[in-house]
Design a binder for this molecule. Structure first.
Ligand code: CDP
Length: 245
């Protein structure tokens, strides 16, 4: 009963059968809400996330208005039914932190100086949570911003890497998050090569950190392709059936 839970088996596979550098399955859809200016839905393993964007619109509360650029306000929220236990509704320290880091990541890519005195409001609702919701939320949010037609330098794919059973692993799962050794969420802008989100929970050696970071960046490039596909299929849905000219 007291036996240590193994996160990587003798075949080198993780508890959910993934290889160390394998992502969970990811599905992205753009434009899922009629009332929002832009929206996106992301399923990432067992995470289910909706992002909605409103704006650029009048700043509320008004004193936050910036005469030089738009402000980006993010509200990350876990639905009461999104976890194993009921999540208490309303803001808390974790949600405030995730909202803040998500807004800062988006501010790096949105051309905010084109919309002075306005607010771009981003709502991220976690319908089902299974570790990695900040990455799934930011991935969805940047597709929703693009879907709203707001000019940006690039989309912002995000993914975590970490360490479990002394091995560096990509896209940390729930059990790995709970009893693993490290979690390193990353957001990367492929067009500029900038890292716009980097957090770390736990301990990594310098070599492990570099390996984990590179793994997360490579995964971000793959996720970026999925984000682009989601937008393409929303705005040019009839890829097949061939009006070539
Ligand atoms: O979700 P993310 O990995 O970005 O953030 P975290 O704070 O490391 O949380 C890891 C996971 O713990 C979440 O994805 C949820 O599955 C779970 N969690 C929860 O069930 N209830 C909370 N109040 C916070 C986290």
């Amino acid at each position: 009963m007291n036996e240590k839970i193994r996160l990587i088996n003798d075949d080198g596979l993780r508890v959910d059968g993934r290889k160390p550098d394998e992502l969970r399955p990811i599905k992205i859809e753009a434009g899922v809400l009629d009332n929002a200016d832009g929206s996106a839905y992301v399923e990432w393993g067992n995470n289910k996330v909706i992002a909605a964007v409103y704006g650029p619109r009048e700043v509320q509360p008004k004193y936050l208005q910036n005469s030089a650029k738009a402000i980006v306000q993010v509200n990350y929220n876990m639905a009461a039914f999104s976890g194993d236990d009921r999540i208490r509704p309303g803001p808390n320290r974790r949600a405030t932190e995730i909202s803040k880091i998500t807004a800062e990541a988006l501010e790096n890519v949105i051309l905010t100086n084109q919309f002075p005195r306005t607010s771009i409001d981003v709502f991220i609702e976690i319908l089902e949570a299974d570790a990695g919701t900040r990455c799934a939320g930011l991935t969805a949010a940047s597709v929703a911003v693009a879907d709203a037609g707001i000019p940006m330098i690039d989309l912002v794919p995000s993914c975590a890497a970490g360490k479990a059973d002394d091995q560096v692993v990509l896209d940390v799962g729930k059990l790995e998050d709970n009893i693993g050794q490290a979690d390193l969420p990353v957001a990367y802008v492929p067009r500029t090569g900038e890292i716009v989100l980097l957090q770390m929970d736990g301990h990594l050696t310098r070599d492990e950190f570099e390996k984990a970071l590179n793994m997360a960046i490579e995964a971000c490039k793959d996720i970026h392709a999925l984000q682009q596909e989601a937008l393409k299929s929303r705005y040019s849905p009839q890829k097949e059936g061939g009006d070539a000219e």
